[in-house]
Design a protein around this ligand. Structure first.
Ligand SMILES: Cc1cc2nc3c(=O)[nH]c(=O)nc-3n(C[C@H](O)[C@H](O)[C@H](O)COP(=O)(O)OP(=O)(O)OC[C@H]3O[C@@H](n4cnc5c(N)ncnc54)[C@H](O)[C@@H]3O)c2cc1C
Length: 385
């Protein structure tokens, strides 16, 4: 990947934003279980950070994915995972399909305000009984005149309590599960929508995550994204950007955790010498950084293929899998070198240990990534293909 002066300027802008506008407030936001998402997003909108790859006609910058990757990586340097996750939902999880397949009217109404930061988006796919198995969702959207009537329950929805709209996946026919789904934009203030209390999570505590209930929710059929029945396919495409974003974002967080651990191991003295002087410590940190560079290279390779218009399902799945696993390894090893300090709630390694655990579960668990990779390697038993 060749970075230009424009990439470097964007990296600098994002890094400054993280250091000045996010990190000083993160302890308070983590304690509060939410952050002022509209204020933060408006500031990001002013800097152009919410529409890097989005169409210029909707106020986006119309740049290629390498610029998005730089932003995702830098956001990973935030002092928690929750705020970057909320941002990633807005830019790379809830809106890629809207930008690519949404009608001009739908994009003007919703995407323009996503890019300025006026609107907060959420992606509503998972259900209480269907997370990994997206095809098994039960929420329905039935036609009634010019509208859809939506019924169902969505689970673990990030940003939900602060969202202005949902990008919702629902069944619009009784056809086979991969061709009966559609993607619909549902304004959050529509009658019939209600929420659970915020879910009490292990990590990502500064984002609001809740269950969302849809009880005879009426939205116009013009809120359909793309064609009816294409929802599953669009969500699978949308997942590729989510997974690239997740891998790039993880790289930034891993860099930061290793850097801070090195600083601590230089300062901390045991048995008359800095902790870093122990070969077992500096070798381990060097090994972890090597793994991070390997993940970075894989993520950049996937990004280049994505920009070239290639199908990146394989590389994006590999990058997401590796990111989840490596995050657990780095967080655990670094936490160890902080000793008792690492066991404290506000320690950067313990923060990554908690927040980073989602990486192997959300947006397709490790086993789902392995299943995709096996399928593309053609090593699955015939009945599972
Ligand atoms: C904090 C948080 C935020 C989230 N945000 C959102 C959001 O904004 N929008 C949204 O739609 N969803 C969201 N999710 C849901 C998330 O995407 C799902 O939790 C995830 O897809 C896994 O689904 P599940 O929890 O139902 O696990 P299940 O599907 O029940 O699977 C449980 C575990 O079994 C294993 N497993 C599953 N299938 C297989 C298999 N075939 N072979 C072997 N092992 C397998 C995996 O290890 C998996 O973790 C969020 C979840 C969390 C925790």
């Amino acid at each position: 990947m060749k970075f230009t002066t424009e990439h470097n300027a964007l990296r600098q802008t994002t890094r400054q934003f993280v250091e000045k506008e996010l990190n000083p407030h993160i302890p308070a936001w983590e304690a509060a279980g939410r952050f002022p998402i509209h204020d933060v997003f408006k500031k990001m909108g002013e800097l152009g950070l919410l529409g890097i790859c989005k169409p210029e006609e909707n106020g986006g910058l119309g740049l290629d994915y390498s610029y998005n990757l730089v932003v995702a990586e830098e956001l990973g340097r935030a002092a928690c995972g929750g705020v970057p996750l909320a941002i990633g939902v807005q830019t790379d999880m809830a809106t890629p399909a809207l930008a690519r397949f949404g009608s001009a009217e739908l994009r003007e109404k919703y995407l323009n305000k996503v890019i300025t930061g006026e609107y907060v988006a959420a992606i509503a796919v998972s259900e209480p009984h269907a997370g990994s198995d997206v095809a098994a969702i039960k929420t329905t959207a039935k036609k009634d005149g010019d509208d859809y009537i939506i019924n169902g329950t969505k689970m673990w929805i990030t940003n939900s309590l602060q969202a202005d709209f949902f990008c919702l996946l629902a069944n619009t026919s009784d056809d086979k599960p991969h061709v009966n789904k559609s993607m619909i934009i549902v304004p959050a203030k529509t009658e019939g929508i209600s929420f659970s209390e915020p879910l009490d999570k292990l990590g990502m505590r500064s984002t609001t995550t809740a269950q969302v209930f849809f009880d005879n929710v009426r939205v116009p059929q013009s809120n359909l994204v793309g064609a009816e029945g294409m929802g599953f396919m669009m969500q699978m495409m949308q997942f590729q950007e989510e997974r690239l974003w997740a891998a790039a974002n993880a790289v930034g967080g891993l860099d930061r955790c290793i850097e801070l651990t090195i600083d601590y191991c230089r300062e901390r003295t045991t048995f008359g010498q800095p902790l870093i002087n122990n070969q077992s410590v500096h070798f381990r940190l060097a090994e972890l950084q090597t793994e991070v560079e390997a993940l970075r290279a894989l993520t950049y390779q996937a990004c280049e293929a994505h920009i070239a218009g290639e199908n990146v399902t394989n590389l994006a799945s590999m990058a997401k899998l590796k990111a989840g696993r490596l995050t657990r390894e780095v967080a655990d090893s670094c936490l160890q070198y902080w000793g008792g300090m690492g066991f404290m709630w506000d320690n950067p390694a313990s923060q990554l240990y908690r927040d980073g655990r989602l990486g192997s579960i959300g947006g397709g668990a490790d086993e789902i990534m392995l299943g995709i990779i096996c399928k593309l390697m053609d090593i699955l038993p015939k009945k599972q293909k």
